[in-house]
Design a protein around this ligand. Structure first.
Ligand code: SAM
Length: 225
């Protein structure tokens, strides 16, 4: 019997976990299965996100003496880029296997990789980071969890700090019930919803996906007053 297609296994793992009403359990199952070659991690690009790279080239942030938090860091490519800017970088993921994979992929990393849950983050992170980077994590959670996840992302930004969010854009006119996640891409309103309390949206770009131009991605930058 030939082994099952890893892409099919990945989808099955997600579907079964969501059916059991365990919306985050499948990430660990997926990373663990990928470790022994039985599944693929579909979002693992082996490189930093191009919209993050572009933001860094344009904004030129200097992380010297500053702190950064990378949300849902997966195998760590974005965290490595941020840490190389000089930020004391904490990169977290709910999946212990993802954290181990990140450490293995970047043995000389300057970033600290830790297991943590965005929906219940460590209290000491509250408003503690000069830069928070969130890429594709909130959209990986069912819509019913996204408001809390969105709030928690913003709550880790310190006064004067920056939040950068990169997410897939939900096609116009698609209702919540019609989105067959994962992922559950974000509406413009969902992106604007990161601007809670004194976190202000200062830049919002919508760019076509490089290989699928009918799909769009948000890149949003916020500043906490
Ligand atoms: C779609 S992947 C994106 C990974 C990475 N940010 C990227 O862009 O390649 C979502 C990541 O968030 C992690 N994740 C999901 N729910 C989480 C939670 N509640 N807390 C922390 N990490 C979470 C998953 O394990 C996964 O690595």
């Amino acid at each position: 019997m030939s082994p099952e297609d890893p892409a099919v296994v990945s989808r099955r793992i997600a579907r079964e976990s969501l059916t059991k009403d365990d919306p985050t359990g499948w990430f660990e199952e997926l990373y663990a299965a990928a470790e022994n070659g039985q599944a693929v991690v579909p979002w693992d690009r082996g490189a930093a996100n191009a919209l993050l790279t572009d933001w860094i080239e344009t904004a030129g942030p200097d992380g010297t003496g500053k702190t950064a938090l990378v949300v849902g860091a997966g195998t760590g490519w974005d965290a490595e880029l941020v840490a190389d800017l000089g930020y004391a970088t904490t990169a977290f993921d709910i999946s212990p296997s993802a954290v181990e994979a990140a450490k293995r992929a970047h043995p000389d990393s300057k970033a600290e990789y830790v297991v943590a849950d965005l929906l219940d983050p460590p209290a000491e992170w509250h408003r503690a980071f000069d830069l928070v980077v969130e890429i594709y994590t909130v959209q990986a959670l069912p819509i019913s969890l996204q408001a809390n996840a969105t709030k928690q992302v913003g709550e880790q930004v310190r006064p004067g700090g920056t939040l950068l969010v990169i997410a897939s854009a939900r096609p116009e006119g698609l209702a919540d019930d019609d989105v067959e996640g994962p992922p559950w891409p974000l509406t413009r309103a969902a992106v604007e919803a990161f601007a809670l309390d004194d976190l202000r949206l200062i830049q919002l770009d919508e760019t076509p996906h490089p290989t699928e131009p009918s799909l769009f991605r948000w890149r949003a930058e916020y500043l906490r007053d």
